[in-house]
Design a protein around this ligand. Structure first.
Ligand code: F6R
Length: 607
């Protein structure tokens, strides 16, 4: 995710201000930190891997003269969290510095092109190519603004960048495509940042930079231009009256809600994973006879959903296994021929790492999927891939779950292609649908949130909920159940709908709430029968349905509609969102803090 910050001051030194701003942006990433400042026509850079306080203790981030500077706090996506990969990145002559939030998809081609032309790239990041592209343009005789303008036309992907150069020491040039960029304005300074909290104690006048815009900051203020036609944009600042705590949550009352709403963006990032990571992982999966998928909690639910994806698309047998049971249940069966994909958002969950260690000792092939580059899983796995969700602060996993599913779906599709088990037309259709998920999630959040909030008012006093789904929707039901019980403290159960009549149906009495997850897939007809069974016993039915599913609407008490056309195999990525919101609003109705459920921790590091 990363946090960027830049400032042009009339008085005083930029360094202490940058340091303080980065502290306020630390929730966006904390793998490394760095700053670059221009003073008397020279560029000075300080950076290192580690948390801001640790790097400050080592380098004293406050101790640099100069009124213009930029700073960065990193959430690693390309390149491990080492000093060399920390931002700012510089050109060959170390005269200009760039900070970046986002993902440059075509960086490998650009890097090769630049290296062929003699540039020395020091890091493994996608960002560094930007510095060298700008250097090329400056060499051709263009000024800094035009050099940035021309260079970014070469970039594919998402970015917000800020650039300074010792050759033009009076300005910061920034630009935005998809990743956030805001300006802060005060009497004595102008700021650019990924997010408002960075400058909130210093400026409450805010200008939002839009996609496709370039901004120049200098002592006179700011100038915004549209990249498409270079026209001048006149945009007046807005006054923001958030306090610093509200600002960190971008105006949302809780991190959990902010993270639920971030999903269109985070899924989009996840769909931008580098080909080479996915290809390598697919190659390992392809040569395996069968694969174990090992994880805890929400990550286990992602594994369960993935087992349907791999089997249906790639005809690969995968076995989802709860990490804390792995050694007892399968320990002796693990050997040199085993392939095991470990899924852990944090990459540090003790139960998962114990299973990893066991697998390594028995010479199994260990693969990893995590959100934290540099975590233990990334260090010990033979191959790992990162999900690129950015830090998740709410204890309950939300955006990291939908990103895990999005990575696993990409892997299943690649494997399907490689194995030629399903038709090209079907694969292309699914790839297209996967690309549409961020928009579908956005539409869902826009149209259904209020309805879900009202449902939470209606059902707030219920003592138990029953979640049911068939096929891949069983995983969605389990995840909906986990969210509700962990943050609203409502004991709840989830079952595959077909299994419900083998025992749990005895719980049903009039008005007992049953939540059905029912996308319009191959299980639709049968799930309708399960709804009827519950209805006949007086249950109150809430159904998560496809928009316009009149057949189901007729029989249920309440429903939430998901935009049409989501294929079965991708449905959990979207159908879980109403359940996340339901759990959130139930916690609010019950006056609980959803960000800090009792007895739980974000990263569980005990057995
Ligand atoms: C639930 C939740 C936990 C985690 C579990 C595994 O909302 O967050 O169930 O999913 O502790 O954590 P990771 O994925 O970090 O291994």
């Amino acid at each position: 995710m990363c946090g960027i910050f830049g400032c042009v001051l009339k008085n005083g030194d930029a360094a202490p201000l940058i340091h303080a701003a980065l502290k306020r942006l630390e929730y966006r990433g904390y793998d490394s930190v760095g700053e670059a400042i221009i003073h008397e026509g020279k560029l000075y850079v300080k950076k290192d891997a580690g948390k801001i306080d640790d790097v400050h203790a080592l380098l004293n981030l406050d101790d640099l003269p100069g009124k213009i500077g930029i700073g960065h706090t990193r959430w690693a996506t390309h390149g491990a969290p080492y000093k060399v990969n920390a931002h700012p990145h510089t050109d060959c002559k170390e005269e200009l510095a760039v900070i970046h939030n986002g993902i440059i998809e075509n960086f490998a081609e650009l890097r090769k092109e630049l290296e062929d032309r003699g540039h020395i790239l020091r890091s493994k990041t996608d960002t560094e190519v930007i510095a060298h592209l700008i250097e090329e343009k400056l060499k051709e005789g263009l000024g800094l603004i035009d050099s940035v303008r021309k260079s970014i036309t070469r970039l594919e992907g998402s970015y917000s960048i800020a650039v300074i150069s010792a050759k033009e020491p009076d300005k910061i040039v920034c630009a935005r495509n998809e990743s956030p960029l805001v300006l802060g304005i005060s009497e004595d300074a102008v700021f650019c940042a990924s997010d408002i909290p960075a400058f909130l104690p210093l400026a409450n006048k805010v200008v939002i930079v839009e996609n496709g815009e370039l901004v120049v900051l200098n002592h006179k203020g700011y100038e915004i231009r549209k990249l498409a036609d270079w026209s001048l944009v006149s945009r007046q600042p807005k006054i923001i009256d958030w306090n610093p705590v509200m600002a960190e949550k971008q105006g949302y009352p809780h991190f959990m809600l902010k993270e639920i709403y971030e999903q269109p963006k985070t899924i989009r990032n996840t769909l931008r994973l580098q080909d080479q990571y996915l290809e390598l992982m697919t190659a390992f999966l392809d040569r395996a006879g069968e694969v174990s998928l090992v994880a805890c909690g929400t990550s286990y639910h992602a594994c369960l959903a993935a087992s349907y994806m791999f089997s249906k698309l790639a005809f690969l047998a995968t076995h989802p296994i709860i990490a804390s049971e792995f050694i007892e249940q399968h320990g002796r069966a693990v050997n040199i021929d085993s392939t095991i994909l470990f899924v852990s958002q944090s990459g540090e969950t003790t139960d998962t790492l114990a299973a990893v260690e066991h697998a390594r000792l028995r010479a199994a092939t260990v693969l990893g999927l995590t959100n934290v580059i540099g975590s233990t899983i990334t260090r010990v796995a033979r191959v790992y891939t990162c999900q690129q969700s950015g830090p998740e602060i709410g204890v309950a996993a939300t955006k990291t779950f939908t990103s895990q599913l999005s990575v696993l779906a990409q892997l299943a599709l690649r494997l399907a292609k490689k194995r030629g088990k399903v038709s090209h037309t079907e694969i292309e259709f699914l790839e297209e649908k996967l690309e549409q998920i961020p928009d579908v999630a956005e539409a869902l959040l826009k149209t259904q949130s209020e309805k879900i909030r009202q449902l939470s008012k209606k059902y707030r006093d219920k003592g138990c909920f029953f979640f049911l789904g068939r096929g891949i929707s069983y995983a969605t039901a389990l995840e909906g159940r986990l969210k509700l019980l962990e943050i609203a403290y409502i004991p709840s159960i989830a079952y595959p709908a077909g299994e419900s009549k083998h025992g749990p149906i005895s719980l049903i009495e009039p008005d007992f709430p049953v939540i059905f997850v029912c996308p319009k897939d191959g299980t639709h007809r049968t799930i309708l029968s399960n709804i009827m069974e519950m209805k006949a016993r007086g249950a109150s039915i809430i159904a998560i349905i496809e928009e316009g599913d009149e057949e189901i609407k007729r029989f249920v008490d309440d429903y939430v509609e998901v935009p049409k056309g989501m294929p079965e195999i991708l449905s959990p990525i979207v159908y879980v969102i109403p359940l996340q919101l339901f759990a959130y609003y139930m916690a609010i109705e019950r006056e609980l803090n959803p960000d800090m459920p009792r007895n739980l921790a974000k990263s569980v590091t005990v057995k």
